[in-house]
Design a protein around this ligand. Structure first.
Ligand code: SF4
Length: 476
């Protein structure tokens, strides 16, 4: 998973891009980058690290350029990243600056076909083949001075050649005008939106919070199956390329996006609240009893509040999250791992002691963190601990941009579907485990969704070879 911001204006854009990028730091902490176009020149800074480590605000303030892109990159588990893998990427012919969020599933095939025409992929980042395909298709039409019609043809070719999920922003000159181009794959799996400051500047971003902090008003989501052209002082232009068949990622709503972001189905916080209310109804139907509802912070808070309200129970903060503990590294033994968890998430003992507790979380992937949380909570003397997850069991890997392990490592993939709750509850040390049903989730979120990690129904087919390549890269 990654996050991008693109902007076009009549004034320098670098400072606004930097501010907006910090609002979506949660989408990637591995690397950051910012590039701008100033006349015929491009400026580009990118490296491994968080936004404030990589991008020096004082230098950025002095950068010129009235169009640009900034990006944060999510770590690929196990894979060794270098600064070369950071986005945005730049081609000299024609001059295009580009970044994306998603996961291209046929990178090896693209790399071979590009190499056959003398274009070599140098990085391990899948934005590079997207950029090279776009550049190759444009230069096949003419070497420079590209038009809007050229772009439509080139994006159509990207749709034909590039498989997987991708939300793309690019800065280039079209019809002799500096243009911010945005397009999503024909399923629109990964999110994106755009907005204006009302003074002729335009911004496109992975999440609407980026627009909010930079003083832009969200206009709409990025189109699906169409290219969007944004130019300073002009109205947006939508160019149909292929028929859209939307399948937006439901996991963004459950886990990944910031709660204050707005997506096609509304405010993410509200969606989480409604998922929690639906989960409460399904929990109640099991005839279970409890005294208090506690969220595993932070994502689960709205769902826990809604569960408590629906069940007529108290909702209490049971954990204090340490914002400064940084990443959890691989710890050599159980004692250090427990200490690391407490450093990150310290429980308030009286919330648990002698109570029947519902512990609410967003998902269980490998189950290791949840097992440690339950061990920690059990030591505080609750009479019962019921685990409630406001999503269905994750039983399949994601190949569209969320870093999930193979089936063999997914906790909920170990048993037949009807046995998962009982078997996993026993394994984790909970008195019960209730997942939200797939039907309940689909009803709450609505619309055409990608929920392949829950249902196994993949919007874009992934061949066995592609699956193996992606999972092996994740293992590093
Ligand atoms: S498989 Fe899951 S995480 Fe991946 S895009 Fe689909 S819903 Fe999102």
């Amino acid at each position: 998973m990654c996050g991008f911001v693109g902007m076009v204006s009549t004034v320098p854009v670098a400072s606004s891009l930097l501010v907006a990028l910090q609002a979506i730091q949660h989408r990637g902490q591995d690397a950051a980058g910012l590039g701008t176009r100033e006349g015929t020149r491009f400026h580009l800074t990118k490296d491994l690290g968080m936004v404030t480590q990589v991008l020096d605000a004082r230098k950025i303030e002095q950068s010129g350029g009235t169009a640009g892109i900034a990006h944060v990159r999510y770590p690929t588990a196990g894979a060794v990243s270098t600064a070369q893998d950071a986005q945005p990427f730049l081609t000299r012919r024609p001059g295009i600056l580009l970044a994306h969020n998603g996961n291209v599933t046929n990178v090896p095939e693209l790399a071979r076909s590009l190499a056959d025409s003398g274009l070599h992929v140098l990085s391990q980042c899948d934005a590079e083949p997207i950029l090279l395909v776009l550049a190759e298709e444009l230069t096949a039409l003419r070497p420079s001075a590209h038009t809007t019609a050229d772009l439509v043809q080139a994006v159509a070719a990207v749709y034909r050649r590039v498989k997987g999920a991708y939300s793309v922003v690019a800065v280039m000159e079209l019809d002799g005008v500096e243009t911010l181009v945005a397009f999503r794959d024909p399923h629109g799996i990964r999110p994106g939106c755009y907005g204006t400051d009302g003074r002729g500047s335009w911004m496109a971003a992975s999440e609407s919070v980026a627009l909010d902090v930079a003083g832009f008003k969200r206009v709409d989501d990025l189109p699906v199956g169409q290219a969007l052209l944004l130019r300073a002082g002009q109205a947006p232009q939508l160019l149909p390329v292929v028929p859209a068949s939307p399948r937006r990622c439901v996991f963004e709503r459950i886990y990944f996006a910031r709660p204050d972001s707005v997506m096609e189905d509304g405010r993410v916080n509200r969606t989480r609240w409604r998922l929690g209310r639906q989960l409460a109804r399904e929990w109640k139907a099991k005839g279970l009893q409890a005294d208090v509802v506690v969220a595993v912070p932070d994502t689960s808070r709205p769902a826990a509040m809604a569960m408590a309200e629906e069940l007529g129970l108290k909702n209490r903060e049971g954990f204090i999250k340490n914002r400064y503990s940084g990443r959890t590294f691989i710890m050599p033994d159980q004692a250090t791992r427990t200490a690391a968890l407490r450093l990150k998430l310290n429980p308030i003992s009286e919330v648990f002691e002698g109570k029947r507790v519902i512990l609410v979380d967003d998902s269980i992937v490998r189950g290791t963190t949840m097992r440690r949380i339950l061990t920690m909570v059990r030591e505080l003397g609750p009479t019962e601990v019921h685990l409630a997850v406001f999503a269905p069991p994750v039983r399949h890997p994601c190949f569209y941009g969320v870093d999930m392990p193979s089936e063999a490592e997914l906790a909920a993939a170990a048993w037949p579907a009807e046995q998962v709750e009982a078997r996993l509850a026993a394994q984790l040390g909970a008195d019960s485990l209730t997942y939200l049903s797939i039907e309940g989730m689909r009803e709450v979120v609505g619309g055409p969704l990608c929920d392949a990690c829950f249902s196994g129904e993949y919007a874009v087919p992934v061949t066995e070879a592609e699956r193996a390549a992606i999972l092996s890269e994740r293992r590093g």
